[in-house]
Design a binder for this molecule. Structure first.
Ligand code: N0T
Length: 541
């Protein structure tokens, strides 16, 4: 695999995804690229607003800024395009050595047409809204609006054409999101004439291949036939998902025809832990929720990734979401996660799982905060927890992405229960515990009233890369890591050969700054509040 990558790497190649044995990497300039992202607030897409973006991006130690480009902004008058903001964004990003992911806010932004130009919003004959079962127009534009699709696609193709002209040589833009958090709140599907016709027709063969039939209120789902025959109580949600995915897929395909960048969609999640049940107004129907990723793959093959927007702070939910969106056919990429401090520890779990990257949402210093969804702060108190984690990954980011592609990385975040966790490695297990002293055992009787100075709230995390049979890179904060031999040890003892604290330089060379031994390793590797990188070599005797 490494050789295959090396063989194809050329500086001028476009960003692209690679896959091997169900694992993924994003290649930028032919090299694995770990996205340490920062997504700006929705209204920070103006030249002036960028002044409050760059200091936050720098403070967060992000290598990629994620920024919306609005349809209304680039085509305020039909057929007349203005890409001046995009040009300013790219120039300023290049000056700072930061890459860009663009978000195409168009027909749907959090399901609504807010970011469509006024000439679209105001012309519901040409750009129809969805109809409910009584034939009443809904807020959401219909995915069966042929003119809407044609107009959105034309604008998107203009954007991609412009990007090719101004950025193909530099490749500042590494990915593009098509629409934002699509679906419809409060209505399961469109009831317009075209929608009704399509709903009565047979499920397309490519959907049948990727989305399993579901039992229909008692009866087994048919292998083929109408949406209702195949998908029973899920038929309307699945149908709407297909309709939206097809619409997005057509836009993405047309854009990539011109300029072939990786493309993704993002999802406002449904409850990851609730037992699966048909839609009942509990999430945006038709959005790329985890249960319909197959439909999106079938209907929008030019969309590479469906990514979760994580605004559920509970550790059990975050874990479940990561599992649902990380698939052989779907690289894990977290386009949004809350920028509140409680989420920072999840970056270890996300990057340790081998994600392409992550982008906390609302990383700029505009005087706006989406608290309680994210941080209440709009200053360094918001960026500092992100910077702490990104700072230790940044010098080894490309190397980490390569290790992830090779399946060498793992990660955990402190759970809400604050209990220890076990990480399975090849030949070894790592026991990760939280809220420990740096010296000694919590359980020492004379210490029972003397709790370790752990954080008031869960904030620990650890990511481990197994770079050799008995060699590891360990990075984390507020956690104790203890390596133990797995079943393969059969009575052999384990020993620590060395644990070196240090960092990777830009040339990929390791520098040791301190050799941990004695008290510093007798009780495990105790990662302090400040994120630390260790190179650990173990042995058997
Ligand atoms: C996100 C962001 C932005 C707990 C919210 C999340 C972004 C969009 N939407 O700041 O609007 O553009 O993708 C919606 C999550 C709602 C969860 C509410 C219940």
């Amino acid at each position: 695999l490494t050789a295959a990558l090396a063989g194809t790497a050329t500086a001028a190649e476009l960003p692209r995804l690679v896959e091997g044995e169900g694992r993924h990497a994003l290649l930028v300039d032919g090299k694995p690229f770990l996205v340490l992202g920062a997504q700006v607030h929705n209204s920070s897409n103006s030249v002036e607003a960028l002044q409050q973006v760059w200091p936050a991006v720098a403070d967060a130690k992000a290598n990629t800024v994620v920024v919306p480009v609005a349809w209304e902004q680039v085509e305020p008058v039909e057929g007349r395009f203005d890409f001046s903001f995009v040009d300013a964004l790219l120039t300023q990003a290049r000056e700072r050595g930061v890459r860009v992911a663009l978000l195409w806010f168009a027909t749907w932004k959090n399901t609504s047409p807010q970011y469509a130009p006024a000439w679209v919003k105001l012309n519901n004959t040409r750009f129809p809204r969805m109809l409910d079962a009584q034939g009443k127009p809904n807020y959401c534009l219909s995915p069966f609006g042929a003119e809407t699709l044609a107009a959105d696609k034309r604008a998107f193709v203009a954007l991609m054409t412009h990007l090719k002209q101004v950025d193909e040589a530099q490749r500042t833009v590494i990915m593009v999101q098509v629409q934002n958090e699509v679906g419809t709140y409060g209505l399961v599907r469109d009831h317009g004439a075209a929608a009704n016709r399509a709903f009565a027709a047979d499920v397309p063969a490519e959907v049948l291949r990727l989305q399993k039939p579901v039992a229909a209120s008692g009866a087994a789902g048919k292998a083929r036939g109408s949406w209702s025959a195949v998908y029973g109580d899920y038929a309307e949600q699945y149908f709407h998902s297909w309709a939206i995915a097809r619409y997005i897929g057509e836009i993405a395909a047309a854009g990539r025809q011109v300029y072939d960048l990786p493309m993704f969609v993002n999802n406002a999640l449904r409850d990851p832990l609730a037992p699966m049940a048909p839609w009942k107004s509990d999430f945006a129907s038709g959005g790329p929720t985890y249960d319909v990723i197959g439909i999106y793959k079938a209907a929008a093959p030019k969309i590479d990734i469906v990514g979760p927007d994580i605004y559920m702070p509970e550790s059990a939910k975050v874990e479940a979401v990561l599992g649902q969106f990380q698939r052989r056919d779907n690289a894990l990429w977290v386009p949004e996660i809350g920028n509140a401090e409680t989420y920072a520890r999840y970056h270890y779990a996300i990057l340790g799982r081998g994600a392409l990257g992550v982008a906390p949402f609302g990383v700029d210093y505009a005087d706006y905060s989406n608290y309680p969804l994210g941080s209440p702060h709009t200053d360094r108190r918001m960026t500092a927890p992100i910077a702490a984690v990104y700072g230790s990954f940044a010098p080894m980011a490309s190397q980490w992405a390569q290790w992830a592609l090779e399946g060498r990385t793992r990660g955990v975040a402190e759970g809400d229960d604050r209990q220890p966790q076990t990480v399975a490695l090849k030949g070894w297990t790592a026991k990760v515990s939280f809220g420990e002293w740096q010296f000694g055992e919590r359980s020492w009787p004379h210490l029972k009233d003397d709790a370790p100075p752990s954080a008031a709230k869960p904030s620990g995390g650890v990511a481990i890369a197994q770079i050799g049979d008995d060699e590891f890179i360990v990075t984390g904060q507020r956690a104790r890591v203890r390596f133990e031999g797995d079943a393969s040890f059969k009575g052999l003892g384990t020993m620590l050969i060395h644990a070196q604290e240090g960092r990777f330089g830009p040339d990929g060379r390791w520098t040791t700054t301190r050799n941990w031994n004695g008290d510093q390793v007798d009780w495990g590797l105790n990662l302090p509040a400040t994120p630390t990188v260790l190179r650990v070599k173990l042995g058997r005797y």
